[in-house]
Design a protein around this ligand. Structure first.
Ligand code: NAI
Ligand code: ISE
Length: 334
């Protein structure tokens, strides 16, 4: 029987995921939506023949909702995930799982108490073909041991609501998870560098920022986060190994030769750059619920990322290299 999905947060990615579930993914359809933007969400509910709920809590409790997708603003994730766990419902939560490690820990504790993995975090880099190929090359040691990673996460523009800490909490969090997953290693330290700023930023956002992470075995990662780069949505990850380098290419299916130039386009946004990864992420999420074996990024992964995220915040504030230490991983996640 198809799974009934309730979606909390019907903004940019909420709408994308709703379309994805209803039009592409097998075995699930959206029966309910909720958003504090009542008018917009009600209109959407009418269009897709779903029920509108005034609150996320009512949506989660509804017998017409079997599984939950949380795509509201970052600071609201924790309360909805905890509520879904309380009702014993599977919940897909967009990144970050919570805005700090204490919030993520409350989720881990609730899930451990429930005795069952119910949470998947929207760390969708893990479903991108480029990252998957990098992981295969690293795991098979095709070019020996990885030593250094040079990465960049660039967005064309960020609005006035995007503040300095969001470079990590909202943006760099993708790499914090993806690189830990790629290397299968936790981090031991973080440093933040605040370089010369672009004139395209505003006073509450230091842009760009540089993060340097070190893993348990001593691999060094440099990550540039630049959210007003102007030219497009640009994601880089070059892994320098002992006998070779492997790195992401910008996916392009066509090129243009005209007016004396030969070029490919840069994706304008995350929707375009990672469309296949999001589709695959949801396909596997629904399938894993049907088979009762969740395989995606867990609440523990969300917590591990948040511990690193907190260390980055401290490193930015103090200008110092900050140590990262995770407690023992609960048996549920091993
Ligand atoms: P958005 O601002 O377009 O949409 C968020 C929606 O949540 C808005 O409609 C807002 O009214 C609603 N909302 C806020 N508080 C709420 C509450 N308490 N209850 C119900 N609804 C509430 O933002 P966007 O870009 O769609 O991002 C949503 C989430 O998805 C964020 O957490 C963001 O970090 C994540 N995201 C993840 C991406 C990825 O690559 N995995 C890409 C874009 C966003
Ligand atoms: C957004 O929320 C995302 O998750 C995008 O992937 C990221 O590139 C962007 O910086 C975030 O704001």
């Amino acid at each position: 029987m198809d799974l009934k999905v309730g979606v909390i947060g019907t903004g940019a990615i909420g709408i994308e995921h709703i379309k994805r579930i209803n039009e592409k993914v097998q075995g699930a359809y959206v029966t309910a939506v909720s958003d504090i933007n009542v008018e917009q969400a009600q209109r959407l509910a009418n269009q897709i023949d779903a029920v509108f709920f005034e609150t996320g809590e009512e949506l989660i409790a509804s017998p017409d909702v079997a599984i939950v997708v949380v795509t509201s603003w970052d600071p609201t994730h924790e309360k909805y995930v905890l509520e879904a766990i309380k009702h014993g419902k599977y919940v897909f939560c967009e990144k970050p799982l919570a805005t700090d490690s204490a919030g993520c820990k409350r989720i881990v504790d609730a899930e451990v108490k429930a005795g069952k993995k119910l949470v998947q975090v929207g760390f969708m880099r893990r479903y991108d073909r480029g990252y998957i190929e990098l992981k295969e090359a690293i795991e098979t040691k095709k070019f020996g041991e990885p030593l250094m990673l040079h990465c960049a996460h660039r967005n064309p523009t960020a609005d006035e609501n995007y503040l300095t800490p969001m470079a990590i909490i909202n943006t760099g969090i993708h790499e914090i998870d993806a690189l830990r997953w790629l290397l299968q290693e936790d981090y031991v330290s973080a440093q933040m560098i605040l370089p010369k700023q672009t004139s395209f930023t505003h006073e509450k956002l230091h842009d760009p920022q540089m993060l340097i992470l070190e893993t348990v075995s001593g691999i060094h990662i440099d990550l540039e986060i630049f959210v007003n780069c102007q030219f497009g949505y640009d994601i880089k990850c070059d892994v320098v190994c002992e006998t070779g380098e492997i790195g992401l290419e910008d996916p392009a299916y066509t090129h243009v030769k005209a007016k004396g130039k030969n070029y490919t386009k840069i994706a304008p946004d995350w929707q375009t750059r990672f469309v296949e990864a999001y589709d695959y992420e949801f396909e596997l999420w629904v399938r894993s619920i049907q088979t009762g074996n969740l395989t995606g990024p867990t609440a523990w992964d969300g917590y591990a990322a948040a511990v690193t995220m907190d260390a980055c915040g401290k490193a930015r504030d103090t200008g110092e290299r900050t140590l990262i230490q995770l407690p023992e991983c609960p048996a549920l996640y091993k």
